[in-house]
Design a protein around this ligand. Structure first.
Ligand code: TTP
Ligand code: CA
Length: 357
């Protein structure tokens, strides 16, 4: 494919994924405010919300919000602990549907993936396929998803988020800049709250402001400003990678009370090690990088990572690295949360390549 080939990229994102998976298992929950995450303990719980059903979002409950705040906003909500094996199973079913199309496929998280539909030749044809995929996924899993189609990954991703839940948004080539212009800058993947605030300080609120504000961007972000300016027009040359599986496997635990007790830290880390290892084996993956995250009292968060030379799936390696990284992160402050992530994942055939066997 030459660089000026017009591309057609699809991005699919499941709607309120964990909550929808729970509602499929328990149809009596349909239409109710369902919140998946830490135990709210009648407002005294300490973890966070993983996700909320669309009914719960009407109360102002969102992902990553402290569960105590969610309880305050929605005491009548139905609070459920996460069931990761269930979500992994449903995710595999969805991804299998996408993979079976035969187009280049890239899974980006447990509930999101790209397909490169350039070979369908035109946006109308891609849209027809998208409708079919939505139906197939609903028939197989009972769940709804939202799909965006655009001339690049960034446009497809923003389009899938445009009309949710159960949306389908097609942004043909040539219409990307106009589609993006009225949207707030934080819709661009990678622009977090901090950059969003920095941009707002320079008077840039919408993606349209970004399109016309190259000079302000260069002043503020240097060369990164050019990349941002291109994204604002929907220009993003990155390819659908063709890798099959998730990019990382991670778990974290918030302690009931902030702690610096080495035994409590060690026991919790051992649970995380077993959990991510079980998941790795289920997915038949190997990893190269282990990352430990520690959130201290006061919400300051640090991470530390270590990579090994060859892909492995041994629990011993996870344990040795995770414990060493955790030791390095222990400071004289108490700890609120610890997390463990395996990344640089490879399927067995990638391991063979690395080992040269
Ligand atoms: P998202 O796709 O961000 O959210 P969602 O699928 O729940 O809702 P939407 O309809 O807006 O797409 O995340 C997918 C799943 O990942 C989500 O169901 C739960 C989990 N998750 C967390 O555990 N913590 C988080 O902070 C986020 C954002 C997601
Ligand atoms: Ca989602």
């Amino acid at each position: 494919m030459t660089s000026d080939t017009k591309r057609i990229i699809l991005h699919l994102d499941m709607d309120s994924f964990y909550a929808s998976a729970e509602m499929r298992r328990r149809p009596d929950l349909t239409g109710k405010p369902v919140i998946v995450g830490a135990d709210p303990k009648e407002g005294k719980g300490r973890g966070v919300v993983a996700t909320a059903s669309y009914e719960a979002r009407k109360y102002g409950v969102f992902s990553a919000m402290p569960i105590s705040q969610a309880y305050h906003l929605c005491p009548e909500g139905i609070y459920l602990p996460p069931d990761f094996p269930l979500y992994t199973r449903v995710s595999s079913e969805v991804m299998a549907v996408l993979r079976a199309t035969g187009f280049a496929f890239e899974q980006v998280s447990i509930d999101e993936a790209f397909l490169d539909l350039t070979a369908t030749g035109e946006f109308g044809e891609a849209e027809r396929l998208a409708r079919e995929l939505k139906e197939r996924i609903r028939a197989l899993t009972g769940l709804s998803c939202s799909i965006g189609i655009g001339p690049s990954k960034v446009v497809a991703k923003i389009a899938s988020d445009f009309r949710k839940p159960d949306g389908l948004t097609v942004v043909p080539d040539g219409e990307a800049a106009a589609f993006l212009a009225p949207l707030p800058v934080r819709k661009i993947p990678g622009i977090g709250p901090k950059t969003g605030r920095e941009l707002e300080a320079t008077g840039i609120r919408t993606i349209g402001d970004l399109q016309s504000g190259l000079e302000a961007l260069l002043g503020r972000f240097g060369r990164g400003g050019t990349a941002l300016h291109r994204l604002a027009y929907g220009i993003d040359a990155s390819e659908v990678a063709g890798r099959g599986g998730p990019r990382s496997i991670s778990r974290e635990t918030t302690f009931g009370e902030d702690t610096s007790d080495p035994e409590a830290l060690s026991a919790t880390m051992e649970e995380l090690i077993r959990d991510v290892h079980r998941n790795l084996k289920n997915e038949k993956y190997r990893f190269r990088t282990v990352t430990v995250k520690v959130r201290y009292t006061g919400f300051i968060t640090k991470t530390k990572a270590h990579s090994v030379l060859h892909y492995t799936d041994e629990i011993r390696t996870i344990r040795t690295l995770a414990r060493a990284l955790l030791r390095d992160l222990i400071a004289d402050r108490k700890i609120r949360l610890i997390g463990l992530r395996l990344s640089d994942l490879g399927a067995p055939d990638e391991r063979q390549k690395t080992l040269g066997t």
